[in-house]
Design a protein around this ligand. Structure first.
Ligand SMILES: Nc1nc2c(ncn2[C@@H]2O[C@@H]3COP(=O)(O)O[C@H]4[C@@H](O)[C@H](n5cnc6c(=O)[nH]c(N)nc65)O[C@@H]4COP(=O)(O)O[C@H]3[C@H]2O)c(=O)[nH]1
Length: 839
């Protein structure tokens, strides 16, 4: 049923059936009964209709409103058989019929009552429009509205001298179910359809209204609420009410029916509004749905909707992109389409169990793309329930987590592996060592730790740059892996330090072989940046349980043994002995003493002369730092300068030397002797170096031309070329001279030096040492001197110890020399004497 009423009543009386509201007192009469007899029965039972029943059952109905259809002026009509005036057939509904459907049927058939039948089609009662409407929650509507709010029809006003029959005619003609009767004394009464039944029953149809009409008329003012009107009607059991205007005159007749019809009208309007609101809500939820589907469409996550049997109903574009299947290929299939085969039946069973129990599952799962590629995904599945709570669908949302897993793997690798070489890092090595040690203790076997440090690696890093250094470390890692056997683990602890762990060994002989294999790996040159370089390593070895019983002891002792190997000439291996340990402790002592010496400015500068080879005259001095510790004695600068560099103390040390030299130059002002100072690469790279040097120069008022800075080739890192050139230019512009120290030991070419603002080259003493006998050294030295001269640079030979060396150098064109032949470095006082003699 789609009538407005049924729509109106459906939501308001949902769930109600006719059986709940019907009137069960069915009064029947025979078709042969007269109209008057039927009316008498109705009056007797105070009912508004009577059913006409024969042997077959109910054949018709006669109601109050049928009375006015009769010509009551003819008395014979009262004796007419009711079957002649009844309505037939009687419309009926089943008792289970909903009140809304019944209301709709009444409206459709324009009747006010329906017969209600039971399961065997037997008549069990009557339901009227009034019964139905009274089931609605009317109070709220009635209370809020007054009588004026409904259309009160103008009353049919009948004079009291009319007969009942005349009144019935007028009522029929005007289609009224009641009329106001006006009496002579301005009093009002009423006559209704129901009264007509009574008049028929009592044979008073020809009486005057003045005699039979009900009086006085029950009235309420227009402004009264409808609720008051309904209550009054119910109270009196009336169905009509006079409505008076402000002067008390009857302005209308309000019938029970009229109120109910209006209520119905109101219902419909209310319902229309409710339906409109519902439609609006629906539209907005549709637009929400559209929005949701757009979001799903645009989602970067793959979305797959299946029915409860797991059949794929829809997928979004990301699904197609991720899996490689088009929507057409996927829809209608089950998710096994994507199954990787990596998970067993139990996995999926648990997933479905959880879904059924909790309506939700999420986790990591491997699936397969259309091209067969397996990939990990993060999957969330939710059960989608309908309004009544039953699961209608499953929604699966997933994303490819390959990249995330790679990142996690990378993080894991970074935590345990060395990024540069791919070897185990210190942390992993430490873990492995602890584990191996526990194992060795449990099974009573030996274990060895080999500690490696590349010899002079810093030189590669410093002269060829970090890229070359990194290349070298990678190649070393590969060679160490080649030298070690399975089970032995190679790690890089940082810098140029490597370790090899032998978790189980049978004594020194076996480890010695491994150490030899490692050293041998370094026999062939390394190819780094198109250069062939020879790298060597020093290896220190400690063994459990002979040398130590904890991981830290074993590492410490292997490290100490490595130093021992280095000191005994590099490219060697050395087993730990207690005296090695002693040396290691000494290194620590040295560190502490150096810090103290710097803090207390205990370092002293000595001066070694540089001689003009042609004249034999002193040309200038080189400042060389000296440190005498009261416990350690005289410590060689090579040793403590290397320590100062690793401990980050070199800037402090350099500052102290420069300050001492400049104050000395100030003191020797009248001698105007140039002094060269060694500057390490780290000092030169320090942005504070120039400002601090300038500060010292201005503090001491020393002529910058008297100061020469000796820098090694390691200061000239190709990767810092621009910065270094800029610093050197600033120094040159201020008048300070620049020399390249230890020339020939690094990898810089003369053509490269040509672009730098330098004044002189110092040939490393290793080339001078074997002169003039060693032919290749002779050739190298001569070439350096010739090229330096060609470039307009001064050349000075270091470590000149013999007359022969001096003669060779002089013959080769070298202007200056420095070495024990001319004098060792001496303190300032002794140097001053020398200077005076020279003058
Ligand atoms: N065998 C031999 N050796 C000779 C001869 N003539 C000079 N020497 C030594 O050669 C080194 C020359 O200094 P270097 O090459 O700059 O090498 C220096 C320099 O690189 C560094 N150094 C010394 N003083 C300083 C300083 O104040 N600052 C910095 N950064 N480094 C310094 O320590 C290195 C070693 O200094 P020293 O031990 O004083 O060693 C000095 C000097 O005593 C000789 O005829 N035969």
């Amino acid at each position: 049923m789609n009538s407005p009423l049924s729509s109106a009543l459906t939501p308001l009386s949902s769930g109600q059936t006719v059986a709940m509201v019907l009137q069960k007192n069915l009064i029947c009469c025979s078709p042969h009964n007269s109209v008057q007899q039927a009316a008498q029965l109705m009056q007797q039972h105070n009912i508004s209709c009577i059913l006409i029943k024969d042997e077959q059952g109910i054949i018709g109905i006669w109601t109050e409103s049928d009375c006015k259809k009769l010509d009551l002026s003819d008395n014979r009509v009262l004796q007419q058989a009711v079957s002649e005036v009844m309505s037939s057939p009687v419309l009926s509904v089943q008792q289970q019929c909903s009140t809304s459907d019944a209301a709709a049927l009444m409206k459709q058939q324009n009747v006010r009552r329906l017969l209600v039948t039971g399961p065997a089609q037997e008549a069990i009662g009557i339901v009227t429009q009034t019964d139905l409407i009274y089931q609605q929650p009317l109070e709220h509507y009635l209370m809020l509205r007054d009588i004026r709010s409904i259309l009160v029809e103008l009353p049919l006003l009948l004079q009291a001298n009319l007969t009942v029959a005349q009144a019935a005619v007028l009522m029929r003609q005007t289609q009224r179910d009641a009329a106001i009767v006006q009496f002579e004394n301005s009093e009002y009464g009423i006559v209704t359809e129901r009264d007509l039944v009574h008049f028929i029953a009592t044979d008073r149809t020809l009486c005057l209204l003045a005699e039979v009409a009900t009086r006085p008329l029950l009235t309420l003012p227009l402004h009264s609420s409808l609720l008051q009107a309904v209550r009054l009607l119910r109270e009196h059991g009336f169905r009509h009410l006079g409505v008076t205007n402000s002067d008390g005159k009857p302005a209308g007749l309000l019938s029970h029916n009229h109120i109910l019809l209006n209520m119905e009208h109101l219902y419909i309007n209310e319902l229309k509004a409710a339906l409109q609101a519902r439609d609006k809500a629906l539209r907005s939820s549709e637009s929400s749905l559209r929005l949701a589907s757009k979001v799903i469409e645009a989602s970067h996550d793959a979305v797959m909707i299946t029915d409860t049997a797991g059949i794929i109903q829809s997928v979004n574009p990301s699904f197609c992109k991720l899996t490689g299947y088009s929507a057409e290929e996927a829809i209608g299939q089950t998710p096994t389409l994507l199954s990787s085969g990596k998970h067993d039946g139990t996995f999926y069973q648990q997933m479905w169990h959880r879904l059924q129990q909790q309506g939700y599952w999420q986790g990591e799962i491997w699936n397969k793309r259309k091209n067969g590629e397996l990939y990990p995904e993060w999957l969330s599945i939710s059960a989608v329930r309908g309004d009544c709570g039953t699961v209608n669908q499953y929604a699966a949302i997933f994303s490819d987590i390959t990249e995330r897993k790679k990142r996690e793997q990378k993080i894991h690798e970074l935590a345990y592996f060395d990024e540069l070489t791919g070897l185990a890092n210190r942390r992993l090595y430490q873990d492995r060592l602890e584990q191996a040690l526990a194992n060795a203790k449990r099974h009573n076997h030996q274990l060895a730790v080999l500690f490696l440090d590349l010899d002079l690696f810093k030189r590669i890093n410093d002269t060829l740059g970090h890229q070359a250094g990194d290349d070298a470390l990678r190649q070393v890692a590969r060679r160490l892996q080649k030298a070690s056997r399975s089970g032995e683990s190679v790690a890089r602890l940082g810098g140029d330090e490597f370790t090899v762990l032998v978790p189980e060994c049978n004594g020194v002989a076996e480890i010695e072989k491994l150490a030899q294999r490692i050293v041998a790996q370094f026999e062939l040159p390394f190819h780094i940046q198109h250069k062939e370089l020879v790298l060597t390593t020093s290896v220190g070895i400690s063994i459990y349980p002979q040398h130590g019983s904890t991981a830290s002891e074993l590492l410490k002792f292997a490290d100490a043994a490595m130093y021992q190997a280095k000191e005994s000439g590099r490219n060697k291996y050395s087993f730990y002995t207690s005296c090695v340990g002693q040396r290691h402790d000494e290194a620590l002592q040295l560190e502490q003493a150096l810090r103290k010496a710097l803090a207390q400015q205990q370092l002293e500068v000595h001066y070694q002369p540089k001689i003009d080879l042609q004249t034999g005259q002193l040309h200038s001095l080189e400042a060389l730092v000296r440190w005498h510790d009261k416990d350690l004695g005289q410590v060689s600068p090579e040793r403590f300068i290397a320590i100062a560099e690793t401990l980050g103390l070199i800037q402090q040390l350099g500052q102290q030397v420069l300050r001492q030299v400049c104050y000395q130059l100030q003191a020797w002002a009248e001698l105007a002797v140039p002094v060269a100072v060694n500057i390490s690469a780290k000092e030169l790279a320090d942005p504070l170096f120039i400002p601090q040097l300038m500060q010292i120069l201005s503090e001491t008022a020393v002529d910058p031309k008297l100061l020469e800075l000796e820098i090694t080739e390691s200061c000239l890192l190709p990767e810092r070329e621009n910065q270094t050139r800029h610093v050197l230019q600033q120094l040159r512009q201020s008048g300070i001279r620049l020399a390249i120290d230890d020339f020939g030991t690094g990898y810089s070419s003369l053509s490269y030096l040509r672009h730098l603002p330098i004044n002189s080259l110092k040939i490393d003493r290793s080339f001078i040492k074997a002169l003039p006998d060693n032919t290749s050294d002779k050739q190298i030295t001569s070439a350096i001197i010739a090229m330096a001269n060609a470039l307009g640079l001064d050349v000075i030979a270091e470590g000149v110890e013999t007359q022969a060396q001096q003669e060779f150098l002089l013959a080769a064109g070298c202007q200056y020399g420095q070495g024990y032949l001319f004098g060792k470095a001496t303190n300032a006082t002794t140097t001053l004497q020398l200077l005076r003699q020279n003058l």
